[in-house]
Design a protein around this ligand. Structure first.
Ligand code: SF4
Ligand code: SF4
Length: 393
């Protein structure tokens, strides 16, 4: 059951067809036994920008409305949420809700739009790209998350499907910081897996809208596909197969390596035959997991170092045990002698990749994380804005 993927053909955003399609897919997953009356559901839609629904960049309101109506029929209370790029502020959210058609969905159905502007941090000890995440606090207001993404290919980040939609739970300002410290598409995808792993107890279901998809070159393309699964990686595997991408160049390879999916048996299709959705000429980017995200490496590095927490070692506190220098993956820590002939560790920031292994591994708690001024200023601004909003309520 866990790797079941339901595929339904939907050739338009005609409201009457959408509801039927969702109901028939939901029955395959026995959603009426999963969704309990009064359950609070975060509907994680895709609203990266303030654009009209027909751009195909954002969740189509007709699909969101259909999902809300079916979930409401099962007794759920839905909250529509996402954080657009750049800023997670009330005025920006209002503009996005209005332009993307979400305001209309909320006005004509039994659901709320998220106005909780708080964020929270969660530690991710088993994370590969990060040991802590900053996420939207609305996650804590709900019982479960249903992930409602779009099928898109992005010039910078490659395939953006169901897993990538979870990146929207990172607040807009923080997204920019995160992207600036990731180097490759593989890094980005490992970061997505870290988010999904952290939220695995709440993320119960995934839906992807591929009625109209975005192909390489940022053109819209009819795929006529609505797909669903309980397993976000099974869903992405099926879509990746439809688009004609190679698993080894996508998140599926990493999810397989991290034992979230079996690449040799990633899904079982119910509904329409997967072959019916394949297009021979769907335009693809020639990207793999090692493709660099940032063209201007110098600019990225400067931004990265001015905004990212970094490890620091005070030579007079260091015990000289050299453990950090042995665990550093880039040999960025040298052992030196001070004027009294005592050994101490010194970090070469030109080599440091800010993995924080030295911070976690120092047995004497000598390695500290220092927050740069630019990062502090940004967070002060966000916290002040959030507090003003809370106070004004
Ligand atoms: S943060 Fe990672 S790369 Fe940098 S010095 Fe510490 S262990 Fe080495
Ligand atoms: S692990 Fe800690 S105490 Fe040991 S050398 Fe590194 S910083 Fe110094």
């Amino acid at each position: 059951m866990k790797n079941l993927v339901s595929l339904i053909s939907l050739d338009s955003y005609d409201d009457s067809k959408i509801k039927l399609a969702i109901e028939s897919s939901f029955s395959r997953f026995e959603m009426d036994t999963i969704i309990k009356p009064e359950m609070k559901v975060l509907l994680k839609v895709c609203l990266p920008e303030s654009v009209q629904p027909d751009s195909a960049e954002t969740s189509h309101p007709a699909i969101v409305q259909g999902v809300v109506e079916v979930l409401s029929g099962l007794g759920a209370k839905c909250i529509i949420a996402d954080s657009p790029y750049k800023s997670f502020t009330q005025s920006h959210l209002d503009s996005v809700y209005f332009k993307t058609g979400m305001l209309e969905v909320a006005n004509s159905s039994d659901c709320e739009l998220n106005h909780n502007l708080k964020t929270f941090s969660i530690s991710t000890p088993s994370g590969v790209k990060t040991k802590s995440l900053t996420l939207l606090d609305v996650v804590n207001d709900v019982d479960v998350i249903i992930n409602l993404g779009k099928i898109k290919l992005d010039e910078k980040l490659g395939y953006l499907g169901s897993s990538a939609n979870m990146f929207g739970l990172v607040p807009g300002e923080v997204k920019t910081l995160v992207l600036n410290r990731l180097n490759t598409i593989g890094d980005f995808n490992n970061y997505l897996i870290d988010i999904i792993d952290a939220l695995k107890d709440k993320l119960i279901f995934n839906i992807i809208d591929g009625v109209v998809a975005i192909e390489a070159g940022n053109s819209q393309r009819m795929l006529s596909c609505l797909a669903m699964s309980e397993n976000v990686f099974s869903l992405d595997s099926a879509i990746i197969k439809i688009l004609g991408l190679d698993y080894n160049n996508t998140i599926i390879k990493l999810a397989n390596e991290r034992a979230f999916i079996d690449i040799d048996d990633p899904y079982e299709i119910v509904g329409e035959d997967i072959e019916n959705f394949k297009l021979d000429d769907f335009a693809l980017y020639d990207y793999d997991l090692d493709t660099q995200i940032h063209k201007n490496k110098r600019k990225q590095k400067a931004y990265f170092y001015s905004h990212q927490e970094r490890p620091t070692i005070k030579s007079n506190k260091c015990k000289g045990c050299a453990i950090c220098s042995k665990i550093c993956p880039t040999n960025a820590i040298m052992m030196r002698y001070d004027k009294n002939g005592e050994l101490y560790a010194e970090i070469d920031y030109k080599k440091c990749i800010l993995c924080n292994k030295c911070y976690l591994g120092c047995p004497y708690n000598v390695v500290k994380l220092k927050t740069p001024l630019a990062y502090k200023r940004l967070h002060k601004k966000i916290n002040k804005f959030n507090q003003e909003k809370i106070d004004s309520k």
